[in-house]
Design a protein around this ligand. Structure first.
Ligand code: SF4
Length: 424
């Protein structure tokens, strides 16, 4: 049996797409192995969201390219932006851009027939049943984005929104439940704009999933602030035993002037009101946000507005990004570029605020009972860490960790960036 190794760089959506491709290739007779093992075929699913992502992709391609006897295939967003450059990298045998991603199994059979036992065969259903080496699974509900934020390359590489059929999503979640998964994370580029057939909204999809599956824990991935409605708040409240008390809501800047220049369709007052509304409704809700520092034209006052938002007491952790030009985006052509030393300083300030906010969120849990799912592998040594429904990290006793089950613990204390507790 020929061996395939797959590597993903970038977002959860990319990871989902890799899993789906792995299912198709397994059905075509390939055996999946780890990326650092010997394989006959290496597939690298790339990202191009930043220059750093491009560099990670090139490193992964170089690692795979060292194996002279293997075929190296590169797919995904980096290829879509710059296929010639990727195709010219040492060792690359084939590149496939996002427009052709649905045809990858066919293309592989066409270009590398020796890897497949049978003659050409169209892949069967590509619903995933496993999320390789993960105890929580991600399910794609849609692709693409229509928003065109000025710094973002995604709409150019993934196109406009295309949502996935509800029945397929439900069938995939039911598959994952049969494989033992307790938690599924709904993912996509712009999940708040979900609608399909009879379902008019993301809230409708969440309701359908709760009604038609026995899923224990449903989590939403990143959602735009303007798409958090009171209906969504209500269903998260009503379904709180099964819907994770966690939202990741990109903010990007606390300054309305910068938000406008980023083409983000909200103002800071509205953003904070929305988060406050959700926090008042749902006890223990943990909210994370993305913030970009050093966007072109960001003054000290603009940065001060971001600091104020980050310190509002409403945001529990931050993902802080230092702005860097992404060629091809509108922002890369804006004047007023900020010096890297200032960007670094601003990044450090927000990191410190994030750490304080996170510590407060952890401390709020002392005395509460939480349900945690282990990450697949121990992080350090032998001890496992798990993730609570409200996205906090907790140590899990060694003999209990490693599986997909929800483990109940009473929180007793906070150590560094995580909780500790006793089994209940
Ligand atoms: S909402 Fe904005 S940042 Fe997010 S994918 Fe769409 S264009 Fe990019």
């Amino acid at each position: 049996m020929k061996k395939v190794a797959l590597e993903t760089i970038g977002c959860r959506l990319n990871q989902y797409e890799t899993e789906r491709l792995a299912v198709q290739l397994t059905k075509l007779g390939l055996n999946r192995v780890d990326f650092d093992a010997d394989a006959d075929l290496y597939i690298i699913n790339t990202c191009t969201v930043t220059g750093r992502a491009d560099a990670s992709c090139r490193r992964a391609i170089a690692r795979a390219g060292k194996n002279d006897n293997a075929k190296v295939v590169v797919i995904g967003c980096y290829v879509t932006v710059d296929s010639d450059k990727v195709a010219a990298l040492n060792g690359v045998d084939l590149v496939v851009n996002n427009d052709e991603k649905e045809r990858i199994p066919q293309l592989l059979q066409q270009y590398f027939p020796d890897l497949f036992v049978d003659s050409f065969r169209a892949p069967e259903s590509a619903l995933i049943t496993e999320f390789y080496q993960h105890n929580r699974a991600w399910v794609k509900i849609g692709d693409g984005c229509n928003q065109n934020c000025s710094y973002c390359i995604v709409p150019m590489v993934r196109g406009g929104i295309v949502n996935r059929a509800t029945d397929e999503i439900i069938a995939e979640i039911n598959n994952l439940i049969l494989s033992g998964y307790k938690e599924v994370v709904l993912t996509g580029v712009h999940i708040g704009r979900y609608k399909h057939g009879r379902l008019p909204s993301l809230t409708g999809l969440v309701e359908d999933i709760l009604n038609k599956t026995a899923l224990a824990r449903l989590r939403l991935s990143s959602i735009e602030p303007q798409e958090i409605t009171s209906d969504l708040g209500k269903i998260m409240y009503d379904g709180k035993e099964r819907i994770c008390r966690h939202l990741h809501v990109p903010l990007q800047s606390g300054s309305d002037r910068i938000l406008e220049s980023m083409r983000r369709p909200y103002i800071i007052k509205k953003y904070l009101e929305t988060i406050r509304m959700m926090k008042e409704k749902i006890d223990g809700l943990v909210v994370g946000a993305d913030l970009i520092v050093g966007f072109p034209g960001e003054t000290e006052a603009d940065f001060g507005a971001s600091v104020k938002a980050a310190s509002s007491g409403l945001i529990d952790y931050l993902h802080v990004f230092s702005y860097s030009d992404r060629p091809g985006t509108a922002a890369s052509r804006l004047p007023g570029k900020i010096h890297s030393s200032i960007i670094k300083k601003r990044n450090e300030i927000l990191h410190r605020i994030s750490a304080e906010n996170h510590r407060r969120a952890l401390a709020r849990e002392i005395g509460h009972t939480v349900g945690a799912i282990s990450e697949h592998r121990p992080e350090k040594g032998d001890s496992y860490f798990g993730i609570t429904d409200n996205y906090l990290k907790i140590a899990i006793p060694e003999n209990q960790g490693g599986g997909k089950e929800i483990i109940r613990l009473q929180v007793t204390d906070v150590i560094d960036d995580h909780l500790i507790g006793d089994l209940v």
